[in-house]
Design a protein around this ligand. Structure first.
Ligand code: GLV
Ligand code: MN
Ligand code: MN
Length: 382
């Protein structure tokens, strides 16, 4: 991440921006308006990735924000532009996502700071190890002069490809729950323990995983995923005494999502009772679904149309920093078509002409906002 910050800072330097890293490890670059006291518009996305990731999820949104500054070529707008490269959006290291963006909305709290990674290093300690001061986190919060937040991101799904459209405007983002389950049975010898005398944690977890898939299949538009499983002690000839699993559940209705999570917790309890094990769970995230700002959504649609494209509104199943920022400032997103709908995988890609369209649309949008007195009168919901 330090190398990434250095590289991006090298790109931003010649564009007349002031760059700094806030206490949550977010890169912040400010390109002021002609009037240095003018309010600001945030543009950005995240710089972290998932394991075995593609090259575009997150970072493309930061690169596009920088490309827009490049295109402005020194021209100043009636508002400043702050480019933000968020840290820790994916939640890979500590299990909880949006750590960087939560610092901007004042939600990077003690509970989040004390989460630990697989090596037992807390978020607080990781921040210190990076050379930053967790005591300065409150200074990372968005200022009251913030007009909004815009994020370009790959769609990460097949919808735009199916519609043969390059861009879409996001009108809402599905809520998501992330949990960790621990099934505890009894480790024992794989050769000497008869099948009916086992308390196999992996077998219990496997039964539950299948019911996660079945229940998600039964509810329209519900998605539920067990993306990680660790068996302990983890040897071919030992019945697993413990299995730790992650659960990720998403839906655009918070009620349906919460009901599904409750039902899956009950299902785990029924399975362990039948099999003579125990189970516990920790909630790592309960993020509500959120609507994007309707004024910005309309402006984006107009910019997409003016760039010669048909518009399409969609709900994002993926989580984004925009859903955190939306709690504090008007936020909206623009999706770019993702070939094959492949994401979170090295096969992830974007097409050059779609990126060019996104830059064209972004510039039109900035000019629309620059000539809108209505936009410039809006201030952040403190
Ligand atoms: C972010 O990539 C997410 O998991 O939604
Ligand atoms: Mn991602
Ligand atoms: Mn992303």
């Amino acid at each position: 991440m330090r190398d990434c910050h250095c590289e991006i800072t090298r790109w931003l330097g010649p564009l007349g921006t002031e760059v700094n890293i806030d206490a949550a490890g977010n890169l912040r670059a400010f390109y002021s308006a002609a009037d240095t006291q003018a309010p600001r518009l945030l543009l950005g996305s995240h710089l972290d990735t998932v394991p075995n990731a593609g090259a575009y999820d997150g970072v493309l949104g930061v690169v596009l924000a920088i490309a827009l500054l490049e295109e402005l070529d020194g021209r100043r707008l009636p508002f400043g532009i702050e480019v933000v490269g968020f840290s820790e959006e994916e939640g890979v290291r500590f299990g909880a996502p949006f750590i960087g963006s939560r610092a901007l909305t004042g939600r990077l709290d003690e509970q989040l700071l004390s989460l630990q990674d697989a090596q037992g290093i807390s978020v607080r300690r990781a921040i210190e190890n990076f050379g930053l001061n967790p005591g300065d986190i409150p200074k990372a919060a968005v200022k009251n002069d913030t007009l909004g937040y815009l994020e370009f991101h790959i769609e990460q799904g097949p919808v735009l490809e199916k519609l043969r459209l390059p861009l879409a405007v996001v009108e809402g983002i599905a809520g998501q729950s992330r949990l960790e389950f621990t099934f505890v049975g009894r480790a024992n010898h794989a050769g000497t323990t008869p099948m009916h005398l086992r308390h196999d944690a992996v077998a219990a977890a496997a039964e539950w995983i299948i019911s996660v898939e079945r229940q998600a299949n039964e509810v329209p538009n519900l998605v539920a995923t067990v993306g990680r499983i660790d068996a302990r002690p983890g040897a071919t000839n030992v019945i697993a005494g413990e299995a730790r699993l992650t659960l990720d559940v998403r839906h655009s209705s918070d009620e349906i999502r919460n009901r599904a999570v409750d039902s899956l917790v009950r299902e785990a309890e029924q399975i362990i009772q039948r099999r003579g094990l125990s189970v516990s769970h920790r909630i790592l995230l309960n993020q509500q679904a959120i609507a994007m700002d309707s004024f910005l959504v309309n402006e984006i649609e107009q910019a997409i149309r003016h760039s010669g494209c048909e518009t399409h509104r969609m709900v994002s199943g993926a989580g984004h920093d925009a859903m955190i920022l939306a709690e504090r400032v008007p936020a909206a997103m623009i999706f770019l078509r993702t070939p094959g709908g492949i994401s979170h995988d090295p096969g992830e890609s974007v097409e050059l002409e779609v990126v060019a369209k996104a830059i064209e649309c972004g510039l039109l949008l900035l000019d629309q906002l620059a000539s809108s007195t209505l936009f410039q009168k809006r201030t952040c919901r403190a």
